[in-house]
Write a new protein. Structure first.
Length: 129
């Protein structure tokens, strides 16, 4: 919740706002969220219940923005923490973690990929330790 005199976007470290004009652009390497329709309504498996058939199968993925500067609503590609490249419509820049742990800490996001790279490139004599 925003405090008096502060705009809602200032109260939250995540920039997840509704209109493209209201949000600053995302830059390469920013932590973002994309959305993609996997199957439109009516194209889902025949065994799926009718109420499920009536809605699209959607995907939301978070990752690091690749490519150039992008604005909300643009189609972009992200690289996930597991290394997958996923394309979708940009819906949030620095999205907060919904279970109240707060916004991601940029300095910590690269630790996993960096450690995997170091382990992959370590000298053979260190592999047994």
């Amino acid at each position: 919740m925003a405090s008096p005199g502060r705009s809602p976007s200032m109260a939250s470290p995540g920039r997840n706002v509704s209109g493209p004009a209201a949000a600053p652009p995302a830059h390469p390497g920013d932590w973002v969220q994309v959305h993609k329709i996997i199957l439109p309504a009516g194209e889902r498996a025949p065994a799926v219940p009718p109420e499920t058939q009536a809605v699209p199968l959607e995907m939301r993925v978070k990752g690091f923005l690749t490519g150039g500067v992008a604005h909300l609503g643009q189609d972009v590609t992200v690289k996930t923490l597991s290394g997958r490249l996923v394309t979708g419509r940009l819906v949030a820049v620095r999205p907060p973690i919904p279970h109240t742990f707060g916004a991601p800490v940029p300095e910590l996001l690269g630790i996993g990929p960096e450690l995997r790279e170091r382990l992959r490139n370590r000298p053979p004599e260190e592999e047994g330790h």
